[in-house]
Design a protein around this ligand. Sequence first.
Ligand code: FES
Ligand code: FE2
Length: 402
Amino acid sequence: MADFAPAFQDIASDAADPDADFGLPGWTYRDPEFYRLEIERIIRPSWQIVCHASDLAEPGQWRSIDYIGESVIVVRGEDGAIRAFTNVCRHRAMRLVEGHSGCARKFVCPYHAWTFETDGRLTGVPMKADYPALVLADHGLALVAVELWHGFVFVRLTDGGFPSVAEMMAPVEAEVAAYRFAEMQRIGDLRLRQRALNWKNLGDNYSDNLHIPVAHDGLVRIFGKSYEIGAHRWVDRLKGDLVDRPSGNFWERFYQTHLPDAPHLPPVGRRRWLYYKLWPNMAFDIYADQIDFMQWIPTGPTTCELREMAYALPDDRRAMKLARYANCRINRVVNREDTWLIERVQAGMASHSYGAGPIARSEVCLRSFARKVRSLIPEARRHQPPPPGWSAQTMAMTGDHA
Ligand code: FES
Ligand SMILES: [Fe+2]
């Protein structure tokens, strides 16, 4: 795997950042050179969620994630351990598996039938004696780092010095524990949606608080004034508490009045919608009835893929099923409103008239994210793009390999 490791020094506070009062400039949401740098310095060395351990309940069960030109398989081995490998045969680089999930006793390459165990060892090569350079022990599948956090499986292509998921989530650990994530099971299929948006636009909007009262009437009806945001160093926390006054909207009112009790949660959590946005490109949406994760995977300077899966504690009550359905109906509207907004923000970012906009003190999550990006790619301080070719020199100096 690539061995690039940025000398990452997070600017820990706005006081140390001369550009703290500005958002990221528009050109960083469309520039191909900036995109290449952020892939190498932000996405490749960061943790990416793949699935939940319950999606890999049996030995041989696997899930995959495709991002930034890599395909990574996570699989439970015969010994019960969860490992990750690149989905690349060590002979002629053929993809070993196709699709997003499956179950395999062994991975047999469809090209020339090399056989790999679920722990990655290469154990079968037809006409083995015909390969002078072949050493079975050296040609197992390429390992990728894995972290398990409260039952969720994360992978990371390179170590760029970012903290572990557990370290990033430490400030919210006490709150998370009550939800019993590790006992949850998937309640829907993997959902992938392509968006003509720079990935940062998705994330910025996710933790943008000022648009809630302007653009989301439904959230205002169900949260009242209870919506709050906060930024820890690596995780943002957002929350709204359901108000009792019945909404005029059918599904909102249904959810308000029919959400079953969740006795495993502390009283304050039972009627709370809680969101964690984790550096750099994912979030957990946490409700008393279900949770989901969502990640926005860059696929180009102005395109990304939304990847989502939903989970819940086992609960067959009809009332719970209906509450989950009502939740989806409410959030479908919120998503539509957000998509409408950020498509237009992306279009605005294409204009050369836009440099960088001032951000309010209260926009703590936008500030936190922009500060990190500026730490990793100092050119993000410039309100207009450097002349074309600017990234080549930067990359050569810092050892980026793209
Ligand atoms: S490419 Fe996999 S066996 Fe040849
Ligand atoms: Fe929104």
